[in-house]
Ligand binder design. Structure first.
Ligand SMILES: Cc1cc2nc3c(=O)[nH]c(=O)nc-3n(C[C@H](O)[C@H](O)[C@H](O)COP(=O)(O)O)c2cc1C
Length: 320
């Protein structure tokens, strides 16, 4: 993989099915590649180095098989590495990604240049996630090929800035690739992101409600019933994140305790952690999600919506 322009030109739509802990799995990633979009998963979703290596081999063989089967546009794949000092698996996981020449590494937290250099050395690309222009500056200095602008309303740890504000600030810093993240759910949204100045989009929450995702039926059902106002923004464990409020309430968590960050209450919450597998993250885009469908059906819908949105742009042309 030599550059991002070639990467995007080889995709059917500029969409990355974003890495989501325990939700993104091999099935979802490969099904996304089969539709010409980028599939991904976090390395830390796998339980061990052996399991990660199995997944990397399955992905590499899977994309070759898709091409052999005659799939016209096979999307690339990416693996998310948390590059913060606290990630004890980083060296091992990075070494495996290098060994298997993962086309795109999606890094989050920190921005160590050595990681970027190691990926570039085998011809891989690195997209680094940022929530503010100052993070973008550091990532660019370290050699990132693209910046994932994680904005307010994004699922998982989310961001706090308005997408127009963040994209405009980052665009003033660089003409490198910008990947917009946060509440992007439809083909219209993808085109809108491009018009704002982004090159690619990151779609997380929308892909939770696919048949292939690792989500439970209850999780998917809660997304269908939720609106943006059902998403709680706050710190539950380490850093602020967006969580489905009904899942917190059902686990007996009082939102006031989270808002006040009362140490005793937080301790009590963490002691109930075993119920946390049913505390679910999602972004503000939930209000646009009304179904569970296969990745193929979702991607076909995105393509159709995108084409309709493009065709509809003519209505904005000024009269001569
Ligand atoms: C359930 C869930 C788990 C996530 N896990 C990760 C993760 O492990 N690593 C990461 O970089 N981002 C993670 N994210 C963030 C996504 O990669 C992406 O930035 C976000 O979902 C985009 O916003 P959207 O959900 O509004 O589309 C997660 C998001 C969700 C919803």
């Amino acid at each position: 993989m030599s550059n991002v322009t070639d990467l995007i030109a080889g995709m059917s739509l500029p969409v990355i099915a974003a890495p989501m802990f325990t939700v993104s799995n091999l099935e979802m990633a490969l099904a996304t590649c089969a539709q010409g979009m980028m599939g991904s998963f976090p390395a830390h979703t796998t339980r061990s180095g052996e399991m990660l290596e199995d997944w990397l081999i399955t992905m590499a063989e899977g994309v070759v098989r898709l091409a052999d089967e005659g799939v016209e546009t096979v999307g690339p794949y990416g693996v998310n590495l948390v590059v913060a000092a606290g990630n004890q698996r980083l060296d091992q996981d990075l070494a495996l990604c290098i060994k298997h020449k993962v086309p795109v590494i999606l890094t989050s937290k920190g921005a160590p240049g050595e990681v970027f250099d190691a990926v570039h050395a085998y011809g891989g690309l690195v997209f680094h996630d940022i929530g503010a222009a100052r993070h973008a500056e550091k990532a660019l200095a370290a050699g990132a090929d693209g910046l994932i602008a994680v904005c307010s309303g994004a699922g998982g740890h989310g961001g706090t800035l308005n997408p127009f504000a963040l994209v405009n600030e980052v665009r003033q810093l660089t003409d490198k690739t910008i990947i917009l993240a946060g509440a992007i759910s439809t083909g219209q949204d993808i085109l809108a992101a491009q018009i704002m100045g982004a090159d690619l989009v990151y779609m997380g929450t929308r892909f939770i409600n696919t048949e292939e995702s690792g989500a439970t039926d209850g999780y998917r059902e809660m997304i269908i019933e939720a609106r943006a106002t059902d998403i709680f923004w706050g710190t539950i464990t380490d850093a602020p994140s967006n969580t489905l409020t009904p899942s917190l309430l059902r686990a007996g968590v009082k939102l006031e305790d989270l808002r006040r960050q009362d140490p005793d209450a937080l301790l009590a919450i963490s002691e109930r952690k075993k119920r946390w597998k049913d505390v679910w993250s999602a972004g503000h885009g939930v209000g646009a999600i009304h179904d569970v469908l296969s990745v193929e059906a979702l991607c076909n819908r995105l393509k159709a919506e995108y084409a309709a949105a493009q065709a509809g742009l003519s209505r904005f042309q000024a009269a001569e």
